[in-house]
Design a protein around this ligand. Structure first.
Ligand code: GTP
Ligand code: SPV
Ligand code: MN
Length: 592
């Protein structure tokens, strides 16, 4: 594609502006062809950013190793730069948009010197979907381009769809200009000057300093959640941190669920679940993000805006998630996993016994006696959705799939039972708003620390969380068929620290109960925190589990939760919807 063939006026002007400011050596207009990808990958191998894996074991697949300071999303350096601080709300890091742009213009000045700037047109959602949205990312990272090719619909088709329409502008630089003749490093980044800045009013993202994951692949959290959540507020729809999954019962009834868990809390695993109960079938629509709109028939429909998976590697095995393992047999980019002597990949949890020798993600000799991890806990695989053996036949349906149930859940070793059902839509919104979870390696921070993560959107909501709660409450309208809402916790532990619930494929047993509740069957007791399954309502055939412990509601512990929630909700002040305040009071009263 020559520059002349870029038709969009705004795009042409923007490219020129950025070119003059960032001073790249050249511009590459990304078309998305095989040949183009081959050349980009070859250059990345020459640069030692990528290592080609053994083609006999892992065809057309590559390993990337980042620097130890650039391994996860950095929430402290993620900013929502709305006109006023009130619009960003208490859960976001706010900066004045003019001041932020001034700071960033300083950093971006000349930042692409002696590098190529890639112009990456991409479409979120199926190209023929009425809900699809086009964005352009300008980036100086060819690694980002290679990943976006797998995760989005990238290239000419997206540009053709755009025509002369407005688009979301994503500007990204690793922040490492090169002097004339200076050798590049394998993973350029500038984490001392890290900024992931969002401008929700003008629908822009400016990201500087990181080459990793959600910091740099601006299609994912930055556009599809932070900017899109604002679009959803303005236009009456929902952009959510949710997997989408189709589940068919032994009777042949198929229902779709959306499920929202915080980062590294089981979305990819649930999206690709292999049921341990006979007769059940699971098919995957998406594993991380759902855009949901109301249909003419009053039902909620979800599309997966992505075209690939950026999944957590550690813990993924033929036992826990065979469909993910089968998806990543070829055409996959692995980042920060370990390398085996025969040129394949390995990570903690992939096999019961680790290989005798490995090269760790930090490029060091590793043996089972080593005191450091072979793979980084937030190591990831990037692969196209079509390689998933259980991809749903309707995963690219332009209008999406109808959602019968929405599941929320966090990672809690105590207090929160295996599953419960909300009493109503409003109560479900309350359960989702009160979500708490132990922090994981997916973001920089204190792993294991329990924090509030409303709707698993704490790091991803592009506006005031109180307004977001109100937006969810406003979804309930006459003539609409509201999905049932559930709240799960796969991560309860006993005193010895052992998981009480086997999880993974056995989670179908919980989904079976949800299914039955949607069909107004299934036994439940009313509890202070929603409908709980009766002790024998969940099929535990063949399992040795302590259902009593899994479904226990400890009043004293819940009183503490309720009091603590009350204080958390107070931080939203007048923006906290009245009904959530009332639900909190009710919970405090019944646990008193
Ligand atoms: P992001 O991509 O960061 O949004 O994560 P995710 O929500 O898709 O999480 P994922 O499915 O990748 O799981 C993260 C980790 O939790 C992995 O190490 C899994 O093996 C583990 N995990 C997932 N499901 C279960 C479960 O049911 N039980 C237990 N014990 N662990 C689980
Ligand atoms: C998450 O952290 O929720 C992810 C990975 O899905 S990232 O793309 O880095 O945000
Ligand atoms: Mn995620």
């Amino acid at each position: 594609m020559r520059p002349g063939s870029v038709m969009n006026r705004n795009l042409q002007e923007w490219i020129q502006e950025v070119q003059q400011h960032c001073q790249p050596k050249e511009i590459h207009y990304v078309e998305g062809t095989e040949e183009e990808n081959r050349l980009i990958v070859e250059a990345l191998i020459k640069q030692k950013t990528l290592t080609r894996l053994n083609p006999a074991l892992r065809p057309a697949s590559f390993l990337a190793r980042s620097t130890p300071d650039d391994v996860a999303r950095v929430e402290d350096r993620t900013f929502i730069c709305s006109e006023t601080q009130e619009q960003a709300g208490p859960t976001n890091h706010w900066r004045d948009p003019r001041e932020m742009k001034e700071t960033l213009l300083g950093l971006f000045r000349g930042c692409m010197r002696n590098r190529t700037m890639y112009v990456v047109p991409y479409c979120m959602g199926p190209i023929d979907s009425p809900y699809a949205k086009v964005a352009i990312q300008l980036t100086d990272s060819p690694y980002v381009v290679a990943n976006m090719r797998l995760m989005t619909r990238m290239g000419k088709a997206a540009l053709d769809l755009l025509g002369d329409q407005p688009f979301v502008k994503c500007l990204h630089s690793v922040g490492v200009p090169l002097a004339d003749g200076e050798e590049d490093v394998s993973w350029p980044c500038n984490t001392k000057n890290l900024y992931i800045s969002h401008f929700p009013e003008t629908k822009e993202v400016w990201s500087f300093g990181s080459g990793y994951g959600g910091n740099a692949l601006l299609n994912k959290k930055s556009f599809a959640l932070r900017i899109a959540s604002k679009m959803g507020l303005e236009e009456g729809w929902l952009a959510e941190h949710m997997l989408i999954v189709g589940i068919t019962s032994p009777e042949g009834i198929k229902r779709y669920f959306a499920a929202s868990f915080p980062s590294a809390c089981g979305k990819t695993n649930l999206a690709m679940l292999t049921p341990t109960l006979p007769g059940w079938k699971v098919e995957c629509v998406g594993d991380d993000i759902a855009w949901m709109h109301w249909g003419q028939d009053g039902r909620l429909y979800a599309i997966n805006p992505e075209a690939g998976f950026f999944g957590v590697a550690p813990g993924t095995s033929m036992k826990t998630n065979p469909n993910a393992m089968l998806s990543i047999q070829k055409n996959t980019i692995f980042t920060n996993v370990a390398l085996t002597p025969d040129g394949d990949v390995w990570w903690e949890g992939m096999t019961d016994t680790p290989p005798e020798r490995l090269i760790s993600w930090t490029n060091e000799e590793w043996t089972p006696h080593s005191t450091f991890k072979a793979a980084h806990p937030n190591a990831r695989f990037t692969v196209g959705s079509l390689q998933c053996p259980i991809i749903d036949p309707d995963w690219q349906k332009p209008t999406g799939v109808p959602i019968s149930g929405i599941i929320f859940g966090g990672r809690r070793s105590t207090t929160v039972p295996l599953v419960r059902q909300a009493l109503s839509w409003g109560h479900g919104v309350f359960l989702a708003a009160s979500m708490t979870s132990e922090m994981t390696a997916a973001a920089k921070g204190e792993v294991g620390k329990v924090r509030h993560d409303p709707f698993a959107m704490l790091p991803f909501c592009g506006y005031h969380m109180g307004d977001y709660f109100a937006h969810w409450l406003s979804m309930e309208q006459t003539g609409r068929k509201m999905p049932e809402i559930f709240y799960v916790n796969w991560f309860l532990k006993d005193e010895q620290g052992k998981y009480l619930w086997p999880g993974f494929g056995d989670n179908i047993r919980v989904l079976e109960w949800c299914f039955s509740r949607i069909e107004k069957r299934g036994d439940a007791d009313l509890s202070p925190i929603g409908y709980l399954p009766t002790l024998d309502a969940i099929n535990c055939q063949g399992l040795m589990v302590d259902m009593k412990a899994l479904l226990k509601v400890d009043k004293a512990l819940w009183k503490k939760e309720a009091d603590e929630l009350f204080h958390y909700f107070q931080t939203f002040r007048h923006k906290l919807p009245e009904s959530l305040k009332n639900e909190t009071e009710k919970l405090r009263n019944v646990t008193r």
